[in-house]
Design a protein around this ligand. Structure first.
Ligand SMILES: C[S@@+](CC[C@H](N)C(=O)[O-])C[C@H]1O[C@@H](n2cnc3c(N)ncnc32)[C@H](O)[C@@H]1O
Length: 269
């Protein structure tokens, strides 16, 4: 089972079988989003720990590593009063962190997994400026020029048609708005990523290599993750591979830099 999962990861890295993989990812996330009903597990990313720790509210401390990807994504953006869309919002922790911390007018999380959306709605019902919708990144159910910021964290490697996603981002952003993206790619896939994001009116303004900080986060969360996953022994090693524990194919790939974790920002002209 874990070998099959790693084959899926490798094929995704190489950009092979995009439609089949999208089908598999959708079923995977429908199932995985249900795995725990605990609000404490509101993130599904590998995490990022920067060299200088960012200040966090006490309630966010337990999720410091996972919030790290969101904090770096929006740091310095004028979010007060803004409309923010997160595409691929999962169990909703990142969108909720942005809504609670940066005083935006509204944050909308969209995900193609209806079970993830249900969990996110339940976990974060107490955050007033936050909603979650079912929606596909490649055909977003939102009006043209309706958001100031679009956030996309560790989700785009699942998409069958990344250029369609980039066109949708450019469509729903207001002029002057920001698209802030972070995800993993095999270095050989970077030219294809550049081509996919080369859509009219989106201009790349920054790129940061997060790989070392992602490995630091994986190492810092390893013991805790293994303890949590021990409850799901029936799933064998597949959940450990998915979670990127030490010794997993993904952890090794990031350490050896066969896989890079990058952040980029684009501005809509
Ligand atoms: C690794 S999880 C990350 C979730 C969240 N961003 C986080 O950091 O906790 C990837 C998410 O992307 C979503 N996703 C994958 N393909 C998608 C698509 N085509 N449209 C919308 N969401 C998608 C999955 O359902 C899943 O919730």
């Amino acid at each position: 089972m874990s070998r099959a999962f790693n084959r899926v990861l490798r094929a995704a890295e190489r950009g092979e079988y995009p439609k089949t993989l999208k089908f598999i990812w959708k079923r995977w996330y429908q199932a995985i989003s249900l795995i725990s009903s605990e609000r404490a597990f509101a993130f599904m990313n590998y995490g990022y720990l920067p060299p200088d720790p960012v200040p966090l509210a006490a309630e966010d401390e337990p999720n410091r590593a996972f919030i790290g990807l969101y904090h770096q994504a929006v740091e310095g953006l004028p979010l007060a009063g803004a409309r923010v869309l997160e595409v691929g919002s999962g169990r909703g922790g990142g969108a909720a962190y942005i809504a609670r911390t940066f005083a935006p007018a509204a944050v909308v999380g969209a995900d193609f997994s209806s079970t993830a959306v249900k969990r996110a709605r339940r976990f974060h019902a107490d955050v007033p400026n936050l909603t979650y919708e079912v929606g596909d990144a490649e055909a977003l159910p939102f009006a043209d020029a309706s958001f100031d910021v679009v956030v996309n964290i560790e989700s785009s490697h699942c998409y069958a048609d990344v250029p369609a996603f980039a066109r949708e981002v450019a469509r729903v952003l207001k002029p002057g708005g920001t698209f802030t993206w972070a995800d993993m790619r095999n270095p050989a896939m970077l030219p294809a990523l550049d081509t996919a994001f080369a859509v009219p009116r989106l201009e790349k303004v920054a790129e940061t290599d997060l790989t070392a900080g992602v490995v630091a986060a994986l190492d810092a969360t390893d013991g805790d993750k293994r303890a949590r996953l021990a409850r799901y022994r029936w799933a064998g090693r597949v959940l450990q591979e998915f979670a990127g524990v030490k010794g997993s194919v993904l952890h090794k790939g990031l350490r050896k830099r066969d896989v890079l974790y990058l952040a980029r920002r684009y501005r809509k002209s």
